[in-house]
Design a protein. Structure first.
Length: 288
């Protein structure tokens, strides 16, 4: 059984850093993992692990922008539409891997996850090839600095979950920026320390964070804005699909917890046959 993890999320969320840490952990655990690069704009020097499959071998954003005169976003969409028309290339590249973990490092344009047909098409093709697939969606802890920005991240995660319809894990990355670290001389929490109860309201999104208290400016000076917030609150309460796992890459236990959830989500190893113990003979025992 082959396994694929799609690492998704907005730009700057730490997807490539998480991917590198993920592959390092698999290597340390004596598990076979490979990097698949789906970002046609990524520089080859940005990878600590060499991609076994690289979309830039098929089409690169630099070539599209230079030859067709597209901008970065239009060029990126063109690259993925070109890949959709040449899925046989990807299927051929994937054919050489068995019983492996394939980690897909995806670009940071969230429209690819929320409403573009590329990733759903990719997931359908992976399923047809017998590859068990899940996705992780990262947003960074800095989103907690602005409750409106945070809930925009919640809604984008919800939209991507509905669009892809596969096992899904949301991750709050860079938690070392908002939690204390006794090993850090500065104490950590460079973005301001947050208590456990406060963080919990973001990991399991509390809609009341968005609801404006009576008498606040959103209520008094902008009733339409307040009504929109109330509608979003109601949507999240009615469809509580999104919760986050905290990820602090300075803590091995934090990374181990996230990877354990990924394994569980994809039922990693459940189809494997139990290994027979080595045969023992008289020479295996020492006489006392």
């Amino acid at each position: 059984m082959r396994y694929a993890v799609l690492v998704t999320g907005p730009a700057g969320a730490g997807k490539s850093t998480f991917t590198t840490s993920f592959l390092t952990h698999l290597s340390t655990s004596r598990r076979t993992g490979h990097l698949v690069n789906l970002d046609p704009a990524a520089a080859s020097t940005s990878f600590e692990f060499e991609p076994v499959i690289d979309i830039k071998e098929l089409v690169s954003l630099e070539d599209v922008m230079g030859e067709l005169g597209y901008g970065p976003n239009g060029g990126l969409v063109y690259c993925f539409e070109y890949l959709m028309q040449n899925m046989d290339w990807l299927e051929e590249e994937l054919g050489g891997f068995e019983d492996d973990y394939l980690v897909f490092d995806c670009p940071g344009q969230i429209e690819l996850y929320t409403h573009h047909p590329f990733l759903p098409t990719l997931v359908q093709n992976l399923s047809r090839l017998g590859i068990r697939t899940c996705a992780v969606y990262l947003i960074e802890s800095q989103f907690m600095e602005d409750r409106y920005k945070f809930f925009s991240g919640v809604l984008s995660a919800m939209s991507a979950m509905v669009n892809l319809e596969i096992p899904w894990i949301n991750i709050m990355s860079k938690m070392d920026l908002v939690t204390s670290n006794v090993e850090d001389p500065s104490g950590g929490a460079r973005n301001g320390f947050r208590g456990r109860k406060n963080i919990a309201r973001y990991l399991d999104p509390d809609p009341l964070l968005l609801a404006s208290a009576h008498g606040h400016e959103a209520n008094a000076s902008n009733p339409r804005f307040h009504a929109l917030n109330q509608a979003i609150v109601q949507l999240i309460e009615d469809h509580p699909l999104v919760s986050f796992l905290p990820l602090d890459l300075t803590s091995p236990d934090s990374l181990e917890t996230v990877i354990s959830h990924i394994d569980y989500t994809m039922q990693y190893g459940e189809d494997e046959e139990p290994k027979e113990p080595h045969d023992l003979d008289a020479g295996d025992f020492q006489e006392e």
